[in-house]
Design a protein around this ligand. Structure first.
Ligand SMILES: [Zn+2]
Length: 206
């Protein structure tokens, strides 16, 4: 999947899972789920997240470790720890897990498949979406968003929720644009610089 489809598929999965788990999707945990869905592709130096930390993509095989049950298990451990310390953000932690899982699932549905049982070699695939980034993927993601939305609408007292939502979306977007966007960009640039320097140092040492 390309990053846009990963993002929206992650959002759709969380929107579909949250009511079933008795958790409430809000604009923050929805966008976090979408971003968590991009994380497995950190193992590809040309992917959205991989470009921030190219060292990771150069070190790992694409669709290997980060697309495996092992990675999910490690992530579940981290999220469990976070839940122990910040139980009030349960929905956020679960959203990250669901988003990450959707990232792996999204790639299982393409021809490339993923090494689910890494370090074992075989690639697991159910290639209903054909080649990664193709048109089928867009249609599929749109259908998932539609299905998740209608499921969510059935689960909620809609009008009241839409009003809360409008307020939340407004507040969140202002918060993101005015404060976090420059901060995030700077942090990403710093991290990328640091990773590049570390990689160069390691290469020189070897
Ligand atoms: Zn992918």
């Amino acid at each position: 999947m390309n990053y846009r489809n990963h993002f929206y598929f992650g959002v759709a999965c969380w929107l579909g899972c949250a009511p079933a788990l008795g958790l409430r999707p809000d604009p923050i945990n929805l966008s976090v789920a979408g971003m968590a869905a991009l994380l497995p592709d950190i193992d590809h130096p040309q992917s959205k997240v991989g470009r921030w930390v190219p060292a990771v993509g150069q070190a790992l095989t694409h669709r290997g470790l980060t697309h495996s049950f092992l990675a999910l298990l490690v992530l579940a451990g981290v999220l469990w720890w976070l839940y122990g310390h910040y139980p009030q953000w349960l929905a956020l932690w679960v959203a990250i897990g669901v988003g990450y899982g959707s990232g792996i699932l999204g790639d299982v549905l393409t021809v490339g498949g993923v090494q689910l049982l890494w370090p074992m070699r075989p690639r697991w695939r159910v290639p209903v979406l054909g080649k990664s980034g193709g048109r089928r993927e867009v249609v599929f993601t749109a259908l998932c968003i539609g299905a998740a939305l209608s499921w969510w609408v059935q689960q909620r007292p809609v009008l009241h929720d839409l009003q809360t939502w409008a307020q939340e979306v407004w507040a969140t977007s202002i918060w993101l644009w005015h404060w976090w966007q420059p901060v995030l960009q700077k942090a990403a640039a710093l991290l990328a610089d640091w990773a590049r320097a570390a990689w160069a140092a390691a290469a020189a040492a070897l």
